[in-house]
Design a protein around this ligand. Sequence first.
Ligand SMILES: Cc1ncc(COP(=O)(O)O)c(C=O)c1O
Length: 235
Amino acid sequence: DISSVEALIDEQTAALVGIAGTTEFGQVDPIEELADIASEWGIHLHVDAAFGGFVLPFLDNGLKWDFSLPAVSSITIDPHKMGLATIPAGGLLFRNQDCMNALETETHYLTRAKQTSLTGTRSGASAAAAYAVMMHLGREGFREMVGYCMELTRHLVQGAREIGVEPLIEPVMNVVALQVPQPPKVRERLMDRDWHVSMTREPKRALRLILMTHMSHENIDLFLADLKEILADIN
Ligand SMILES: Cc1ncc(COP(=O)(O)O)c(C=O)c1O
């Protein structure tokens, strides 16, 4: 609710953070409205697109959440999630050099007087892997991958509805929260059949599924058949 954000802001506010692709439900905050507030108050707007950053650009749903909004100053985007790269490749993008400069620490004892690195010496292997995946897939590859994941998402939602299970929200991205009675019990029963399913917590418990490229339509059909039996047994 954007009015509750407005009510919290005052001269002490250093930055606003919006999420483009929430962890549990895959929702996108109203970043355009946050951008208006950030412009009005002259404060930094960061967008956490850790999950959504490699999905939203390929959905063509008209949502604005990125540097096309002048107030957006930084974005997190995780290659190790929907970027299909290895853990722990993470990405922090800045609109301009000023933000990088603000991160600088003095390191006279090292070979360079200043560094903007967030941590010390570590392997660059995951960054190289992220780069390789991006070069390999290209924009078209990512578009195809996201298209497939969204197709799986629609297949799951449709199949769930056919067995009387509704999603908690209409999925925005490839994240589906299914409303079932007694979610922990259903989850346990699913586990007995080797389905390891996550669960949402706030504001409501639901089965949480992320549809990624390694899944198939057949996987979903098998999952729904088991879910149907488990629900019939529980009811
Ligand atoms: C929206 C969002 N932000 C941040 C994170 C944390 O990212 P990382 O795995 O790079 O620590 C996650 C992880 O699930 C996420 O979904």
